[in-house]
Design a protein around this ligand. Structure first.
Ligand SMILES: [Ca+2]
Ligand SMILES: [Ca+2]
Length: 473
């Protein structure tokens, strides 16, 4: 960490654990608890879908995804982490990714990434609250024994353990068999709770075309099976698109006439529509929380075709195009329809918020970074329960957002990915300069923002100092 940061003097006060009293939302008896369907896209920018300025502008209308906004709450300042694994850690644990990987004595490579068994996942919390839990899609939080989804609270899983990067390998002309003992093609796998995942098929470019179709089919089957019981369910769909390679299903390839990305956008909208129709036809609409979001902004690769809307940059950067993604939530009768807010919300907030919606337990023995947004989502408060987030790339702290202000103590060169440590932090007013084009070098009217911005960093670093790190592996 830079000298600049090390010199910060920590305030004497201690961090405050984010612990909330569960709301009495769910009626007694698990059969009255709301079902949860959570769709998580991969490397999917803020600007892809219609209600965020995409859709037809991107060559494919997205009426089904847009309908979630019409029937629910749309956030325009929903923040994630800058890459897959820390972001999925935030979602699953309610803790910033840095907390899962900060232990300095872990193995240097291979094992020490993702989350260890010690972490209490969203699926474990919901499982303990009486939920059936199914995951259909990409995990990317650990691929060794004891760390698969079905070791971490999911009753069943169909999908891929790691990144879709590996879908290139089987089709590569330059693949070298036996190059390293850890190297093997990724397989589509399935497992039940506690089982070793069964390898089904090699995940190559052909499989890439059909896997999101299969994820949808498996999830619909799960939802229909669970609807016959009185047990509430959590269906988690981390789709593999629109991570590269973006390969549309044969049913959609060429259908938009606007290229593979638009075809996949149309495909995704149709699949989300099938999920919504399933919920509605089963009579579960009013008793199901439906969420659509993404793990991080668009791909960083040149010509990868993703779109961040008005925001600068792409994933692996500290800019808004990396951190701000679509977030739509529908729960008819509980969450008011047609709501839009630009207040800051973070992916870590889903854990405590969903825990409060369902009467689940929030861990008391560890630091949670997420805050309970249930009052905000349900219209009982017109303000988000948080005003700030911290920004990391890997283990490096880049800066902070507070209200409409942003401070970067490091910037990144978007061509070379070189990190620049700023002698004077870059300050951006995101309402005046949404694209982060010109740091406010002479913000003489507004130097007061230093105080709240640095306070967020100081509080966060104090909490990290006091955090022993996740035990494991
Ligand atoms: Ca991702
Ligand atoms: Ca666990």
């Amino acid at each position: 960490m830079a000298t600049y940061i090390q010199n910060v003097k920590f305030p004497a006060f201690l961090l405050v654990l984010i612990v909330s009293v569960p709301l009495a939302v769910a009626a007694p008896g698990s059969d009255n608890k709301p079902n949860i369907v959570l769709v998580l896209m991969d490397n999917f920018g803020y600007g892809e879908i219609g209600v965020y300025g995409g859709g037809v502008l991107r060559g494919a209308p997205t009426p089904r995804i847009d309908s979630i906004a019409a029937e629910g709450f749309q956030l325009t300042n929903f923040n994630v982490e800058a890459e897959c694994t820390p972001s999925r850690t935030s979602l699953m644990t309610g803790r910033y990714g840095i907390r899962a990987r900060q232990r300095p004595d872990g193995p240097p490579r291979g094992i020490w990434w993702g989350i260890t068994e010690w972490e209490i996942t969203l699926a474990e919390m919901l499982s303990d609250a009486g939920y059936a839990t199914g995951m259909f899609g990409k995990w990317h939080l650990g691929d060794t024994e004891g760390r698969f989804p079905t070791d971490q609270g999911f009753d069943e899983w169909y999908g891929i353990p790691n990144s879709s990067d590996r879908a290139f390998w089987p089709d590569s002309d330059s693949w070298q068999e036996g190059a390293h003992p850890d190297l093997e093609f990724t397989y589509v796998v399935s497992s039940k709770r506690g089982e070793t995942p069964k390898k089904l098929e090699v995940y190559g470019r052909e499989k890439r075309k059909t896997i999101d179709r299969e994820i949808t089919d498996h999830a619909i089957d799960f939802i229909k099976r669970k609807a016959k019981t009185r047990q509430p369910f959590f269906a988690y769909l981390p789709y593999t698109q629109t991570h590269e390679p973006v390969d549309a299903h044969p049913d959609f390839k060429g259908t938009t006439g606007n290229g593979s990305f638009a075809d996949v956008l149309a495909q995704t909208d149709a699949y989300v529509g099938e999920l919504l129709d399933t919920i509605d036809e089963l009579g579960l609409k009013d008793n199901t929380i439906f969420i659509f979001t993404s793990d991080n902004g668009r791909e960083g690769i040149t010509r990868s075709f993703g779109f961040t809307g008005p925001w600068r940059g792409s994933m692996f950067s500290p800019y808004e195009g990396s951190l701000r993604v679509p977030f739509l939530i529908r729960w008819p009768g509980k969450i008011p329809a047609k709501q839009v807010s630009n207040d800051i919300v973070h992916l870590t907030d889903l854990f405590p918020t969903l825990a409060n919606f369902v009467g689940g337990d929030i861990p008391q023995d560890r630091i949670l970074d997420g805050v309970d947004q249930s009052d905000f989502f349900m219209g009982k408060s017109d303000k988000s329960a948080r005003e700030s987030i911290v920004i990391y790339i890997g283990n490096v702290l880049f800066g902070v957002k507070w209200r409409n202000w942003k401070m970067l103590i490091k910037e990144i060169d978007e061509d070379s990915y070189a990190i620049r440590t700023m002698a004077y932090p870059s300050i951006y007013n995101l309402l005046i300069d949404p694209k982060e084009e010109v740091p406010e070098g002479f913000y003489l009217d507004d130097t007061w923002v230093d105080a709240p911005l640095w306070q967020v960093i100081e509080d966060h670093l104090a909490s990290i100092e006091n955090d022993p790190g996740a035990p494991g592996p």
